[in-house]
Structure formats: structure tokens, C-alpha cells
Design a protein around this ligand. Structure first.
Ligand code: NDP
Length: 237
């Protein structure tokens, strides 16, 4: 049977690394991001018959149209990865409401919308696997990241509840919680300073996280799990 996977946030960073690994494993992929050129470049790099789509995960209609397009072009989605995410780090007293909403809408509501859309097709198939990308910050908290932390902590509660809700339909839902990973999101950070708190002594690479995502996507007896991929950072937080 066809293995069709939608990777939201698949144009860059962690999502792009997930897409690369999955393409190597024979999945047909839909690479989804707001910037269509970025999504096209990522899909083109994979070789083969993959799809690139533009979608803002925070917009219900975008998400609905995206799943319709995927089904039309690749077939029914049976694997979903939510790697679209943003951060707007600042102390809460300096955070404006717009930045609060954009983080919650992209990181939390966005995953709810894509999961709901995917489940409609997964329930019909009585199978499916979802991995949502959280963050170790959502588990441990961090000064200057309260809203981001809330969005990622919320994603854990959402994913665990959803795992219970859909297990009977043979659909699994898991979370990967990365620490500091080399991507556009972290390129402004002082790695020399921050890596002192990481037991493995380095930032992770997107591939380190992608391997964990693929492991959870394909592990038939794992659901409702949060897999931390942080070089041991949480041990020191
Ligand atoms: P990048 O900034 O490298 O990539 C983010 C991806 O998400 C891009 O493809 C971007 O494409 C897409 N995206 C952003 N907003 C939206 C939106 N509203 N709708 C659709 N797509 C969107 O980030 P990372 O790869 O680092 O992050 C991936 C996930 O991992 C995020 O959820 C992040 O919070 C999480 N994470 C990252 C960590 C890190 O250290 N890098 C640590 C812990 C968690 P476009 O801009 O074109 O929309």
C-alpha cells in the first residue's frame, strides 16, 4: 500500500531532514510551508514524485485545501509530521499580544488543524501515524520563552489526549521534543556558551531529530509518547 506523508514545515530545518529520510525509505511526500518556492526547492531535492504546497497551518481553509490537493495528487495521507513552528522569544512583560497569538496559532492551533484534517482520511483507512514536533522548552520551561513553552507544552497535552482518542482506529500520535538543533531558528544563538549546558557537548543536527521522528512514525506499538532529543540538555534544566 502507498505510504503518503505530509510534512508541514518540510521546506527547511527539521522538517526538511525528515522529508529526506522518508524519501529514502520510499514514502511519497507532500512538502508544505508558507513559502512555495522554498517548498518546491525542498521537494525538488528529493528527486522522484513528490509534491510541494503552500499553506499557512494557522489558517483552516489553507489546511483543508492542502489535504484535498494531497489526496488528489498523491492519494490519502497516512503519515503526518507537524514540524511547522515559529518562536518570538522575549520576556512576557515585553511580549505583545500579536506575538503571543502568532506562536499559539502556528505551533498549537496549526497542529490541531492538520491533525483533524489528517484524521478524517486516516479513520477511513483505519490506520495512520502522526508525529508532532514539540520542544524540551515545552517540558521544562525557559526564561524569555513562556509563550513558546506554552505552545509546545500544549502540544504534548493535545497529542497524548488525541493518542487515546484515536488508538481504537489504529492511529498513533507521538511527540518529539528537541533541544538546541542547528537550523534557521537557532542560528542567532551563542552556541559556544549554550553548549556548556548540554551533556553531549554540542547542538544537534536536523538529522538527529529526523531519525527520532521516523522511528516514532514507524514504531507500531508506540503511542502517546514524548521522545526527547536534546543531547541530555533536559538533565541540566
Ligand atoms: P525552521 O525555522 O528551520 O523551519 C520552520 C519551518 O516551518 C519552515 O519550513 C517554515 O516554512 C515552516 N513554517 C513556519 N510557520 C509556518 C506556518 N504558519 N505555516 C506553514 N509552515 C510554516 O525551524 P526548525 O526546523 O528549527 O523547527 C521545526 C520545529 O521544531 C518547530 O516547531 C520548532 O519549534 C521545533 N523546535 C526546533 C528547535 C531548534 O533548536 N531548531 C528546538 C525545539 C523545537 P515557511 O517559513 O515558508 O512557512
Amino acid at each position: 500500500m502507498d505510504k503518503v506523508c505530509a510534512v508541514f514545515g518540510g521546506s527547511r530545518g527539521i522538517g526538511r531532514a525528515v522529508a529526506r529520510l522518508m524519501a529514502q525509505r520510499g514514502y511519497r511526500l507532500a512538502i508544505v510551508a508558507r513559502n512555495l518556492e522554498g517548498a518546491r526547492a525542498a521537494a525538488g531535492d528529493l528527486g522522484g514524485d513528490h509534491l510541494a504546497l503552500s499553506c499557512d497551518v494557522a489558517k483552516e481553509h489553507d489546511v483543508q485545501n492542502t489535504f484535498e490537493e494531497i489526496e488528489k495528487n498523491l492519494g490519502r495521507v497516512n503519515f503526518l509530521v507537524n514540524a511547522a513552528g515559529i518562536n518570538r522569544d522575549s520576556l512576557l512583560v515585553r511580549t505583545n499580544t500579536e506575538d503571543m497569538l502568532s506562536q499559539l496559532h502556528t505551533n498549537l492551533l496549526g497542529s490541531m488543524l492538520t491533525c483533524r484534517a489528517a484524521l478524517k482520511t486516516m479513520i477511513k483507512q483505519q490506520r495512520g501515524s502522526i508525529v508532532n514536533v514539540g520542544s524540551v522548552i515545552g517540558l521544562k520551561g525557559n526564561s524569555g520563552q513562556s509563550v513558546y513553552s506554552a505552545s509546545k507544552g500544549g502540544l504534548v497535552g493535545f497529542s497524548r489526549a488525541l493518542a487515546k482518542e484515536v488508538a481504537k482506529k489504529k492511529i498513533r500520535v507521538n511527540v518529539v521534543a528537541p533541544g538546541f538543533i542547528h537550523t534557521d531558528m537557532t542560528k542567532h544563538l551563542n552556541e559556544e556558551h549554550l553548549k556548556k549546558n548540554i551533556p553531549l557537548g554540542r547542538f544537534g543536527d536536523a538529522l538527529d531529530v529526523a531519525q527520532a521522528v521516523v522511528f516514532l512514525l514507524e514504531s507500531p506499538y508506540v503511542t502517546g509518547h514524548v521522545l526527547v532529543v536534546d543531547g541530555g540538555l533536559q538533565l541540566t534544566m
